[in-house]
Design a protein around this ligand. Structure first.
Ligand SMILES: [Zn+2]
Length: 110
């Protein structure tokens, strides 16, 4: 059964996003998921992905950003620009959560 994801707007709309100890259940809120991703390293993201705690879209966004921004540790296929609008949006939100400007290819309308 697919999980309904909350707060899938371009900009973060989750009202509990920055409240300590008051977070959404894992896997239910895109904004909170991005905030979690921003705190994890690549190995942690891969571990969580393999047990279903990081979604396919979150994983692809994280890996693509890693391949774009990090000189090491990425697989060549991660450099391919994602086509899924959800993956692109999560990648942009992840950039913001990290305090980075999203690369231009993530903001281009496909
Ligand atoms: Zn949330």
């Amino acid at each position: 059964m697919p999980v309904q994801m909350l707060h899938t707007d371009e900009w973060a709309t989750c009202t509990v996003l920055t409240e300590p100890g008051n977070y959404h259940l894992e896997g239910r809120c895109e904004d909170c998921g991005v905030a979690t991703l921003a705190r994890l390293n690549l190995g942690e993201v891969e571990d969580r992905y393999h047990v279903g705690r990081v979604t396919q879209e979150q994983y692809e966004a994280y890996c693509h950003l890693w391949a774009t921004l990090s000189p090491t540790g990425s697989r060549p296929e991660w450099r391919d620009v994602p086509q899924d609008p959800t993956v692109l949006r999560i990648a942009r939100k992840l950039c913001r959560a990290k305090g980075l400007t999203a690369p231009a290819h993530l903001t281009a309308v496909s």
